[in-house]
Design a protein around this ligand. Structure first.
Ligand SMILES: NC(=O)c1ccc[n+]([C@@H]2O[C@H](COP(=O)([O-])OP(=O)(O)OC[C@H]3O[C@@H](n4cnc5c(N)ncnc54)[C@H](O)[C@@H]3O)[C@@H](O)[C@H]2O)c1
Length: 246
C-alpha cells in the first residue's frame, strides 16, 4: 500500500521538520525525492541521509529559482509526479506592529511560493498527471491574534488550492491541502519553547502534540495512487484541537 515506486517528488522546505519527514517517508516508499530549501547546507545533510534523494537551493518566493529547481529535478530524475508545497515562515506580531514589508514577506513565501510552485510544475505534471499537496494550517480555520500575516496566508492557501484543483483536474493533476495542528518541529520549538509545546500537547484531546511523521503519513496517502479520486480536499490532522469543546 502507498507505493510511490517510479514517482519523483519535489518537496519544498525539506531540510527540516515536516518536509524532511516527508522526504524520508516518500523515499522509503520508493520515490525519488528532490529537497528544495533556502537552507542549502541543511538540505545537503538531510538529502545525504536519504536514498535516491538530492537537493536544490530554492527560495520559494523567487520565480527564477523555481524554474531552476524544476529543471534540476527533471535533469536529475527525468520526470516529476508530486509537489509538496511545505515551506513557510511564521511571523509573530500584533497588526499595529507588523510592517507592510513583514506582511508582504509572509504572503510572498507562504502563498506566492505555492502559486509559483504550482504554476512552474504544471507543464511537467501535465505530461502524465500528478499530485500537488499544499500545507496549510489550523490557523486557516480561525483568526489568530499576533499571527495575522501567517493566518491570512494560510487561509489563502485553501482558496488557491481549491481553485487549482478545479483548473488542473482535466489534466489528472490532483491538488489537496493538509491542515496540520500543533506539530513538534523547529518552527514550533522556536515559537513556543519545548516546555510550553509539551503543555500545549497535553491539553489537546489526543494528549500530545503531533509529530512530523503524522503529517508525512497523510502526505504519503495524498501523493499515492490510493488517493486518486481525492482532489480539492482539505485534510485535517490536529489531534482533535478544532473538533470542538471537550
Ligand atoms: N509545526 C507546526 O505546528 C505547524 C502547524 C501548522 C502548519 N504548519 C505548516 O507546516 C509546514 C512545515 O512547517 P514546519 O513546522 O516543518 O516548519 P520548519 O520551520 O520546521 O521548517 C520549514 C522549512 O522551510 C524552509 N523554508 C523557509 N522559508 C523558505 C523559503 N523562502 N524557501 C524555501 N524554503 C524555505 C526552512 O528552511 C525549513 O527547512 C509549513 O507550511 C507550516 O506553516 C506547521
Amino acid at each position: 500500500m502507498f507505493d510511490l515506486d517510479g514517482k519523483v517528488a519535489l518537496i519544498t522546505g525539506g531540510a527540516k521538520g515536516q518536509g524532511a519527514a516527508e522526504a524520508r517517508l516518500f523515499s522509503e516508499h520508493g520515490a525519488r525525492v528532490m529537497i528544495a530549501d533556502v537552507r542549502e547546507d541543511e538540505a545537503r545533510v538531510v538529502a545525504g541521509q536519504i536514498s535516491n534523494c538530492d537537493y536544490v537551493r530554492l527560495d520559494v518566493g523567487d520565480e527564477a529559482g523555481w524554474k531552476a529547481a524544476v529543471e534540476k529535478t527533471l535533469g536529475r530524475f527525468g520526470r516529476l509526479d508530486v509537489l509538496v508545497n511545505n515551506a513557510a515562515i511564521s511571523h509573530f506580531s500584533p497588526i499595529e506592529e507588523t510592517s507592510l514589508a513583514d506582511f508582504d514577506r509572509v504572503m510572498r513565501i507562504n502563498l506566492g511560493g505555492i502559486f509559483l510552485g504550482m504554476r512552474t510544475v504544471l507543464p511537467a505534471l501535465r505530461a502524465h498527471g500528478g499530485s500537488i499537496i499544499n500545507i496549510s494550517s489550523i490557523a486557516a480555520l480561525t483568526g489568530r491574534a499576533r499571527l495575522s500575516a501567517y493566518a491570512s496566508s494560510k487561509w489563502a492557501v485553501r482558496g488557491l488550492s481549491r481553485s487549482a484543483a478545479l483548473e488542473f483536474a482535466p489534466h489528472k493533476i490532483r491538488v489537496n491541502s493538509i491542515i496540520p495542528g500543533v506539530i513538534d518541529t523547529p518552527m514550533t520549538r522556536e515559537a513556543y519553547g519545548s516546555e510550553k509545546l509539551q503543555l500545549r500537547g497535553e491539553a489537546l484531546p489526543m494528549g500530545r502534540v503531533g509529530l512530523p511523521q503524522d503529517i508525512a503519513n497523510l502526505a504519503l496517502f495524498l501523493a499515492s495512487d490510493e488517493s486518486s479520486f481525492c482532489t480539492g480536499g482539505e485534510y485535517l490532522c490536529d489531534g482533535g484541537e478544532t473538533a470542538g469543546i471537550a
